[in-house]
Design a protein around this ligand. Sequence first.
Ligand code: THU
Length: 159
Amino acid sequence: MKNIEIATNIIVCDYNELTDIQKKLVTQAKEACRTAYAPYSQFNVGAAALLDNDQIISGSNQENAAYPSGTCAERTTLFYAGAKYPDNAVTKLAIAAYKGDAFTATPTAPCGACRQVILETEHRYKTPIEIILYGEEKTYIITSIESLLPLCFGKTDLE
Ligand code: THU
């Protein structure tokens, strides 16, 4: 028997340390929180995706009285990006969340289902997606979803 240790690298930084494009994506993710339809959780999430044609697509969580019928900001955004620009890779994805009367102090990480969809998007375009998780007090940068989804199941498993 032996152990396998899986290390995950997460960059922790302040908003001010982000590059211009990262700041722009965070700003659009924060703005997208305003479009959330979250009457059940009151947790407004926004996401903004940068495509390799320099387009930015943003989206928000859209809830439903039949809870599982709703969807997260990340999936709203990535599915719309895929539907609108099927030939363009997503290269960066910023996420922000607003609760009560403020953006969250710590970063909001994507749920398991969204991690799987981000993984599929990386594999679909053979391009890693830099993920920027915004928080008022600190921001995380992750260079690929594989850091958040070790031992992942993806399309290559079916080949
Ligand atoms: N949610 C997102 O949109 N993205 C996340 O990363 C975490 C959770 C949404 C789903 C639901 O509408 C609300 O936040 C509470 O879970």
